[in-house]
Design a protein around this ligand. Sequence first.
Ligand SMILES: *Cc1c(COP(=O)(O)O)cnc(C)c1O
Length: 386
Amino acid sequence: MMTGLFPVERFKELETPFYYYDLDLLRKTLAVIAANAPEINFHVHYAMKACATPEVVQQIAKAGLGADCVSGGEIRAALAAGIPAERIVFAGVAKADWEIELALEAGIFCFNVESKEELEVISQTAFSKGMKARVCLRVNPEIDAHTHKYITTGMSENKFGIPMSDLDETVDKCAELKNIEFSGLHFHIGSQITDMQPFMLLAERVNTLVSQTESRGVRVNNINVGGGLGINYEHPNHMCIADFKTYFDIFRRHLNLRSDQTLHFELGRSVVAPCGSLITRVLYVKQGKEKQFAIVDAGMTDLIRPALYNAFHRIENISNNGPVDERYDVVGPICESSDVFLRNFDMAVTKRGDLLAIRSAGAYGEIMASQYNLRRLPGHVTSDDM
Ligand SMILES: *Cc1c(COP(=O)(O)O)cnc(C)c1O
């Protein structure tokens, strides 16, 4: 049935555009994560915001990962997919009252708190329910992840986290609040980070901040270093599993973790991006004055990353195995000039009706789809359905 990476014959019967998730690749990826982070005090949480498609999250739940949620909706989706509440952490710069209540009632592991103001609201809500809320403080470590400005989060001009200069005061505040249980520190420096140096700098910064915090008479039982490990968008077939070994080794080498402390990771993109592709049909091949356009039925409403971040996603004509020797701008149907997937890109000769696979789209793809232009949301199928 499978011809190459994709079951093209089966795809022909389906309405396009749709997301295709290779669950075999996802299971292999999860096995690599488990093999490279076997320590019982290493906990990997999947960042739900990357992709909340139930079939995908169910595989992740089966592999034993926890969930990093940034909304009440994500907490519900994680629980529904089978991730136990005690493995859920809840981050986000603006948690609404109902979300805090939901998280407390569900009995999640921990809130990652981003301000003193939020700490007070969580404390009051926990008090009204006769509960104690476990919290980690999200600290802005001021580390430049050298990534796109829209996805860096660890710098001081950024809205995320508590400034390092306010940390001591906020730790003391936790001790004063009876319905708050201080449990540790949380960090997240950005996304699509492929150079390991920022993670090394983060590990070193964490060591300093943990000592500084414990010198105030509290214990830092949990250290959460967030996510951000990048993937290779250029070569999806050669590097289809991210370099988890190098990533975990950085923290193993540079972070002073005691055996009574737990180290948490929140990986999103690196877990799911490679296993997803957006499958789209070519509607027209239009000869422009200087270029030719492959106009496809998927647009920025289905996959917004190219329009939003100028992100590169490799595109393959999966209906034509011939030589890659024609140049196209691959564009969508939306009434916006940013609705372009790739410019001047070489593909096999492409004609109306061909199926294209837009690769590495498993993270921040389907979940970011919108109905702008009153379009239908893209559907999805998985390799297990084929
Ligand atoms: C987005 C996010 C993550 C996941 O980031 P990836 O780059 O997808 O690994 C982890 N933690 C927090 C707090 C986030 O906001």
